[in-house]
Design a protein around this ligand. Structure first.
Ligand code: AHR
Length: 328
């Protein structure tokens, strides 16, 4: 295993006066993180979490690459980590397909790989551990909550999906559609990608308003930033949403601002996807380092939140206290 040695020079007042210096050698574990990009508040919180946890003070040297939602750039980042012979590689995969070759290269180089945040299509034997959330379950939660809330009423639904090919988008669609299939009174009018961005959410919603104005009563945005964009588009068109509006608005992530809108009654239901995952990944690496048994898969638990005035079997009703406790 390649360890990077750095020399930390310590010099006490007494030692300095005696012209002697003490050199302490500190061994850092080198870790590469191939991050998806910076498309959302969720992603910013996830990046900050990794930078805080994999710090020099904690014994790590983190090579962080923002892959800007470009799959080829992400493959190149992983190959660079392999060439640098880092101790561990963490990948938050932009898309779920297309990983076999580079994972084989990491395996051949003997570098453990941890897949984080999202899922990939490769066989589990191609990587060492997975830590992430369950987007299909999140989609099912959103669907179950909607069914409970509408209680048999008709739903004409517009979906703004996340990035094409991302497991977070595929899973949320699959879970939600599974519930939708059980409701013949629901129609999904359209489902298009907003790239998990505010600008993308706004653009898709503006085009939906042109095509479907007056025909929809539910909008599902697959993350908070898309929801902010969709809200801007509906505000501009004079369409009301949220608990007192004509349109039921569902979002995912439950970041601080998303929960603020939920507390304000603008988002009806926000299904959580927890970005604080680095400490768990670090725990897995520590177990690997110590040669101990480590969990091959770790699911980061999520919950869902609904606006005040809504009681749900599937979600917690928002309060100021919950918001005050949300750091990201
Ligand atoms: O993979 C998690 C998703 O990616 C989050 O829902 C979204 O905000 C992000 O960019």
């Amino acid at each position: 295993m390649n360890k990077k040695m750095i020399a930390v020079l310590g010099c006490s007042a007494l030692a300095a006066s005696m012209f002697s210096m003490t050199a302490m050698a500190e061994e850092l574990t080198t870790v590469g993180y191939a991050q998806v990009g910076h498309e959302s508040d969720w992603r910013t919180a996830n990046t900050q979490n990794y930078q805080d946890v994999f710090s020099n003070e904690n014994g790590y040297e983190l090579s962080f690459v923002d892959c800007d939602n470009d799959h080829q750039a992400q493959l190149e980042a992983v190959r660079n980590f392999i060439n640098q012979e880092l101790d561990y590689i963490i990948i938050a995969p932009i898309q779920s397909a297309g990983w076999d070759t580079v994972l084989q290269e990491a395996q051949d180089a003997g570098i453990p790989v941890i897949i984080a945040d999202r899922e990939i299509e490769a066989d589990a034997s191609m990587y060492d551990a997975w830590v992430g959330t369950a987007p299909k379950d999140e989609g099912v939660t959103a669907g179950n909550w909607l069914a409970e809330y509408l209680d048999g009423a008709e739903a004409n639904i517009l979906v703004i999906e996340g990035s094409v090919g991302a497991s977070a988008a595929l899973g949320r669609s699959e879970g939600f559609n599974q519930v939708a299939e059980e409701h013949e009174e629901w129609t999904i009018l359209d489902s298009q990608s907003g790239d998990f961005t505010q600008a993308g959410g706004q653009e898709v919603m503006e085009s939906y308003i042109k095509s479907y104005e007056g025909q929809f009563n539910v909008v599902v945005c697959q993350n908070d930033n898309e929801a902010y964009g969709a809200m801007d588009a509906m505000d501009a068109a004079g369409i009301t949403y949220g608990v007192d509006g004509d349109v039921v608005l569902i979002s995912y992530d439950a970041t601080h601002d998303g929960l603020q809108y939920t507390l304000d009654g603008k988002i009806n239901c926000d299904v959580e996807c927890n970005p604080i995952q680095a400490e768990i990944v670090k725990g897995v690496i520590e177990q690997m380092e110590a040669g101990e048994e480590y969990p091959e898969t770790t699911l980061v638990e999520d919950e869902a939140f609904v606006a005040p005035g809504i009681e749900s079997e599937y979600a917690t009703t928002m309060t100021q206290e919950i918001l005050d406790g949300r750091a990201y």
